[in-house]
Design a binder for this molecule. Structure first.
Ligand SMILES: Nc1ncnc2c1ncn2[C@@H]1O[C@H](COP(=O)(O)OP(=O)(O)OP(=O)(O)O)[C@@H](O)[C@H]1O
Ligand SMILES: [Mg+2]
Length: 278
């Protein structure tokens, strides 16, 4: 609603995980490198965890747009699935025909295996990427381990990337999932942005949205960091609200006071951040 006032093409601070807006902080770059490495080197299992709103889904989408045509992908963004549904979804994602007759696990796995062998024969790689993996049931995780067994004598036919909130690590550490846990060769935990990144992150998002004339001051960055603790989703929420307030006051300059007002409107992120207000 304030875009025209600030001369922006679109809203720079929506909460959607649009990879177009990706700001590569050192941590996001590192996470992306781990993902690409795990896939290209056919490491089998890659796990990336990160705090809520840290940018995991955005990273998944950026990863997908960076993979070239020699990698086939199956993406699962809904992790509340049964074992059969998982297999069906994977096969569907890889473009396999649904087949006729009963939907047995064996039939689905055989079809997947045949597809992956043919794909490998064409010199291609395959990736199964599951977001929100912390919600997967043990049965489904066990099924995923079976899928990771699909391999030639030399190489993995499919690379499996599990993305999730930090609880995913606890799930994988459970004794029942030891076999799976021991196969994870690449792991990365995505932390929040550092203080010095906050201004660059905001400027980057403004630039992608058409730059415009909104002017966040250096003091506003510090205040935004204090209340957001560097979590991108919180930064977006605060900036969006700050722009709205500035617009209603017909101002283009956004200082620390205005940011504090925005935080109050949002119910006060600072209280949960446990940071002093000095
Ligand atoms: N590196 C980044 N560059 C640009 N925007 C980012 C970055 N990281 C996160 N964001 C933005 O922050 C918001 C939250 O990101 P995202 O949905 O990817 O987080 P998430 O870790 O998947 O959250 P959840 O734990 O809820 O699944 C989105 O608006 C996204 O565009
Ligand atoms: Mg997400």
């Amino acid at each position: 609603m304030y875009e025209a006032f600030f001369g922006l093409r679109e809203n720079p601070f929506t909460l959607s995980p649009d990879p177009k807006y990706l700001y590569l902080s050192d941590r996001h770059r590192e996470a992306l490198n781990y993902l690409v490495y795990g896939i290209q080197e056919r490491k089998g299992f890659v796990v990336v965890t990160g705090d809520i709103g840290a940018g995991k889904t955005t990273l998944c989408r950026a990863l997908l747009s960076s993979l070239n045509g020699s990698v086939e992908t199956a993406l699962i963004f809904n992790s509340f699935l049964s074992e059969i549904e998982l297999l069906e979804t994977i096969n569907q994602e890889f473009g396999l025909p649904p087949g006729t007759g009963e939907r047995s696990r064996k039939r689905l796995l055989d079809a997947l295996n045949a597809y992956l062998l043919a794909n490998y024969g064409e010199g291609k790689n395959a990736v199964l990427l599951i977001d929100e993996s912390q919600n997967l049931s043990h049965g489904v995780l066990e099924q995923i381990r079976m899928i990771s067994n699909l391999e030639t004598v030399r190489e993995k036919l499919i690379q499996i990337v599990l993305i999730g909130q930090p609880e995913l690590q606890d799930v994988l550490a459970m004794p029942a999932l030891r076999q799976l846990n021991e196969r994870i060769t690449v792991r990365y935990h995505l932390g929040p942005l550092e203080r010095a990144d906050v201004g660059r992150y905001i400027e980057h998002r403004l630039a992608v949205a058409g730059r415009g004339r909104a002017a966040f001051t250096p003091w506003s960055y510090r205040t935004i960091y204090r209340y957001s603790q560097g979590v991108p989703r919180r930064i977006n929420a605060i900036c969006d609200r700050a722009l709205l307030i500035a617009y209603t006051r017909e101002k283009v300059r956004i200082g620390a006071g205005l940011v504090r007002r925005a935080v109050r409107d949002l119910g006060g992120y600072g209280e949960t951040g446990g940071v002093s207000r000095k």
